[in-house]
Design a protein around this ligand. Structure first.
Ligand SMILES: Nc1ccn([C@H]2C[C@H](O)[C@@H](COP(=O)(O)OP(=O)(O)OP(=O)(O)O)O2)c(=O)n1
Length: 178
């Protein structure tokens, strides 16, 4: 079940959900709108290797915006730092963003109970499009879970994305050792 606006507020009051910064106007009927942080990154190498630790180059979106180009994967980050201690958070796109031809995640939309961080966005575009820091970029949806949890994400020793940051984070797939 997806939490409604009232339930999101109630869970925030209980400390189960944290969204920083928080703005009441960003709370939708059953979601919360998140915004594009000013930091972007691209992979340094043209060919990236799923077994290796691929380096990324960080840069900032200027005030005048930044034109994203097709055929490039951009890593972005939400302005919002979030914590979800009892619900599964999902990051979804927004229709208005999709209508600009912007995808904000390549395949990963699901978060884990216990995830405490900003969200890295896996951004690609259909045609060149100018984007701006602070623009609404996605929405968080919170699902109820069934059953007890043995390993909360922030307590798992092998969780890859637990270090708090306001920068986009590259793939840590190399830690999987395959
Ligand atoms: N677009 C996304 C999707 C997820 N996450 C965060 C929330 C998740 O709780 C965390 C880990 O996501 P996955 O479990 O999908 O990733 P991995 O399986 O690769 O990592 P791990 O081994 O740490 O679970 O990353 C994110 O920042 N940006």
């Amino acid at each position: 079940m997806i939490l409604t606006d009232k339930e999101i507020l109630a869970e925030m009051a209980k400390g189960n959900i944290l969204i920083q910064p928080y703005d009441r106007n960003c709370l939708g009927t059953n979601s919360y709108d998140v915004h594009l942080g000013k930091h972007l990154a691209t992979y340094k190498d043209d060919i990236i290797d799923a077994r290796k630790h691929n380096e990324i180059i960080h840069f900032d979106i200027p005030e005048t915006g930044y034109v994203l180009q097709p055929h490039t994967l951009y890593l972005g980050v939400t302005q919002e730092y979030t914590e979800s201690h009892a619900h599964v958070p999902f990051l979804e796109g927004k229709s208005s963003v999709g209508r600009l031809g912007i995808d904000i995640h390549a395949t990963a939309g699901k978060g884990d109970v216990g995830f405490c961080n900003t969200w890295t966005l896996e951004i690609s575009v259909t045609q060149p499009v100018r984007i701006y820091a602070g623009m609404p970029i996605g929405q968080l949806i919170y699902f109820e879970v069934k059953g007890d949890i043995e390993n909360f994400y922030n307590k798992k020793s092998n969780a890859k994305y637990t270090t708090r940051t306001d920068l986009p984070v590259e793939s840590m797939m190399w830690k999987n050792k395959f």
